[in-house]
Write a protein that binds this ligand. Structure first.
Ligand code: SF4
Length: 529
């Protein structure tokens, strides 16, 4: 299994006799941290291929879900991640042992780490959106693991990867003492002796320069040891970004391989399916039904937008975007959409003004103006993490952006029982916004336990419609196996793991969603109010 290179190299590779995987030693994997420079060249079975990739996908998705409920690298974030890894994938917590012998089990974990990373490169290199997601999650994992390492271990990691960063000498430290002690409150006169500083070209640490966390001298930045992670992360990001682009170029070769391709597709299919395809429902919903549907099938975020629009005949920019794309996703056609928005906004500003100021944006949402991109509705992750609403806004996620008192009030007005309101507010306090939304879904649809996870307002709507139209499997059947696991990933589970579900029970809080690729484009193209 190799990636990248010219077609000639690929042919040579195909013909090369690969070494068998049996003899692993310290030289194969000298450190538990890797920059993933060289692809694996050993043979592995298809079962291993599938199982290794599957476990890494789960770790990356856990990181994704965790980033919604906790600040990255905060104490809570690290504690939750450590707990998750300890229970499920302890190999990712192994630290380098200095001079001690590395056990076979550790070497095996390193091998899995190495191989799984490269498999997922293949699965996630297909589109810009997938690459960006994969890069970000791999970087999060790398940073977490890097921060667990001792100083000696970091030094040996740098040596092994030819990353020649040596701390500045004591003389140099003495020379710049007055400046170095002003970098941060933590670098006091006393702490200076024990702190390492690295001198690097300032372009390598632009984020630290912009936040004034380094001392600059003659084009070099003096980076304190605490901030050293920024340098290494940049290296890691740059390297992986290039590698993913190269992998994408060599992907057509893989299409000849009918064993691997279906497996790879089963991993990234999840990503593609959650980037909601607005065409799937086209024309299914009439705007005359929106009032009823908003009460039965809308998630709270859309219900509050619909209500606000009906009451005030006005929505600010992000509200119009969030709701407009949702409507497109549930199947409102462009013509119907124009009719609906003209009717509602027109009551506030007049239809002429509507035609001049808003009709273009609605056509743009449907890919009929500008770059003619087929924009997708926002996912929960996007709504929760981007563009927080200001005072007069109605967009965002009510579970995340509404104060607990107001949320209680709102739920009460929707005739939610006190028990459920208590449960939901507890979940919100724990920052489990999507799980709180799922609880609300279960309550409003009279389910004890739904089999799907709320990751997208449009999936919420579709699921609700299925239940209401009685197209879904009767609830009793659904609930028969509810004790097995609530973690229901959209990607297919490897055959080798299908029987072993014992370690999945803790993963029920997984929310696998990622940002819409189009959001930034849209931010560029649309003017703010
Ligand atoms: Fe909407 Fe998602 Fe928040 Fe539910 S969790 S209210 S669907 S953004």
């Amino acid at each position: 299994m190799q990636f990248g290179g010219t077609p000639k190299q690929a042919v040579r590779r195909r013909n090369r006799r690969l070494q068998l995987n049996a003899n692993l030693d310290d030289c194969s994997y000298p450190h538990n941290l890797m920059m993933y420079n060289d692809p694996p060249t050993m043979n592995i079975t298809l079962q291993e291929f599938e199982a290794f990739a599957f476990e890494r996908v789960k770790v990356l998705h856990y990181l994704d879900s965790l980033s919604v409920s906790a600040v990255k690298n905060s104490q809570t974030y690290n504690a939750k991640l450590t707990e998750f890894l300890r229970k499920n994938y302890p190999g990712f917590l192994l630290q380098n042992g200095g001079d001690r012998d590395v056990s076979e089990a550790e070497l095996e974990w390193r091998r899995r780490d190495h191989i799984s990373h490269f498999i997922l490169r293949l699965a996630y290199c297909k589109s810009e959106e997938l690459r960006r997601w994969f890069l970000e999650k791999e970087l999060d994992l790398f940073k977490f693991r890097f921060l667990q390492e001792s100083m000696n271990s970091v030094q040996s990691f740098l040596r092994q990867n030819n990353l020649t960063y040596t701390p500045i000498s004591d003389d140099e430290k003495e020379r710049f003492r007055p400046f170095l002690t002003k970098i941060s409150l933590e670098v006091t006169e006393a702490a200076l002796e024990k702190t390492f500083f690295y001198r690097v070209p300032f372009v390598e640490v632009l984020n630290l320069v912009s936040s004034r966390r380094v001392f600059l001298y003659q084009g070099d930045a003096f980076v304190p040891q605490k901030e050293f992670l920024s340098i290494i992360s940049n290296q890691f990001r740059e390297h992986l970004s290039k590698a993913l682009t190269l992998t994408a170029r060599s992907l057509p070769e893989l299409e000849e391989d009918d064993r691997l391709l279906p497996i790879l597709c089963s991993f990234n299919k999840n990503a593609l399916s959650t980037a909601y395809d607005p065409k799937r429902n086209e024309g299914k919903v009439s705007v005359n039904d929106l009032d009823d549907m908003s009460q039965t099938s809308y998630p709270l975020c859309m219900r509050q937008l619909h209500r606000a629009l009906k009451d005030t005949h006005h929505l600010r920019h992000w509200g119009r975007m969030q709701y407009g794309l949702f409507l497109k996703g549930i199947g409102v056609t462009l013509e119907e959409s124009l009719k609906f928005w003209r009717q509602e906004l027109g009551k506030g500003i007049g239809e002429d003004k509507f035609d001049k100021e808003h009709a273009y944006n609605i056509r743009h949402n449907y890919g009929k103006e500008g770059k003619r991109t087929n924009y997708t509705p926002y996912s929960c992750m996007t709504i929760i993490t981007k563009n927080p609403p200001a005072a007069q806004d109605h967009h965002g996620c009510p579970f995340k952006h509404t104060s607990p008192d107001l949320l209680r009030q709102k739920l009460r007005s929707y005739k939610t029982s006190n028990d459920v309101i208590d449960e939901i507010t507890d979940l919100v306090k724990g920052q489990h916004f999507q799980i709180a939304c799922q609880k609300y879904f279960e309550y409003t649809h009279k389910l004890e336990d739904s089999s799907f996870q709320v990751t997208h307002p449009n999936h919420y709507f579709d699921e609700s419609q299925k239940i209401l139209k009685d197209e879904k499997v009767p609830r009793q059947q659904n609930n028969q196996d509810k004790n097995v696991t609530k973690f229901a990933p959209n990607w297919s589970m490897p055959n080798s793991q299908k029987e072993d579900k014992s370690n999945l029970t803790e993963e029920k809080k997984f929310n696998n969603e990622w940002e819409d690729s189009t959001l930034e484009q849209m931010m560029m193209e649309y003017s703010e109010e």
